[in-house]
Design a protein around this ligand. Structure first.
Ligand code: GLP
Length: 233
């Protein structure tokens, strides 16, 4: 794992943009994208950059179950707001959290991931060490699946909703095996709420109870942190 500590999220975004630029110049064609506040500055920098994504396919990590695409808290909406309205990609995919048959939607999503492969994966990290919506205990061999969100994730994500009861209790998430199949990964973490998960991820044992710890086994991971998130390293 390569660890880069930055002054602020703008510097973190520029670091990640440099890595992406290099990967695109080496032929990267598929981006794995994340939502949440951590990658926001990166999308802003990417949107303002001269990078051409018109031949690039994007595949997002996850989506809430039951939120229509027009709901401002859906991840479809997030991606439109933060990236796609500014920068066109050739094709973009997000899990269908409104599918009648969610398990079929999960299998279809795995087919999409298998078809394209992921060259460059963006990640955030949950306070409990989740990546995507792969909560503690998720099998490292998992593909896309339906997730029951933990109380801690519902609590953390309630800051984006009017009230906690509005936070969906389930999501469809790309699995850990799919994330690990990405050729190159950049993870952003900012703020003291992430410090414990970051310390476990970098220094602790690789264990399913801290999903992000699996990244220790990946050959090309860059962790971009601010001082607070790095404070327990
Ligand atoms: C959600 C998303 C994750 C994200 C995490 C942290 O649970 N599913 O992909 O990494 O939140 O979000 P934030 O970056 O806002 O702290």
């Amino acid at each position: 794992m390569k660890i880069i500590t930055v002054k602020n999220q703008t510097d973190g975004a520029n670091c990640a943009l440099d890595i992406l630029r290099e990967k695109l110049s080496q032929g990267a064609k598929t981006l794995g994208l994340a939502t949440g506040s951590s990658p926001e500055a990166f999308y802003k920098a990417l949107a303002a950059s001269d990078l051409d994504l018109s031949q690039v396919t994007s595949i997002n990590l996850d989506e809430y179950v039951g939120l229509p695409k027009e709901n401002p808290q859906s991840y479809h909406y997030f991606m439109e707001e933060h990236l796609f309205r500014y920068k066109s990609v050739k094709e973009h995919f997000l899990p269908d959290g409104q599918a009648v048959d969610l398990h079929q939607a999960a299998r279809d999503y795995d087919d999409t991931i298998a078809q394209y492969g992921i060259d460059f994966q963006i990640l955030g990290i949950g306070r409990n060490g989740h990546i995507g919506f792969n909560e503690p205990g998720t099998d490292f061999s998992s593909g896309t699946h339906v997730v029951d969100l933990t109380p801690s994730t519902i609590e953390a994500n309630s800051r984006f909703f009017d009230k906690k009861e509005d936070v969906p209790t389930q999501a469809l998430s790309m699995g850990i095996a799919s994330i690990m199949s990405a050729k190159s990964i950049v993870l952003f973490a900012y703020g003291k709420e992430k410090a414990q998960a970051i310390a476990g991820m970098v220094q602790g044992p690789v264990m399913q109870s801290l999903p992000a710890s699996v990244l220790q086994k990946h050959p090309d991971v860059t962790i971009i942190l601010d001082q607070e998130a790095a404070s327990r390293l």
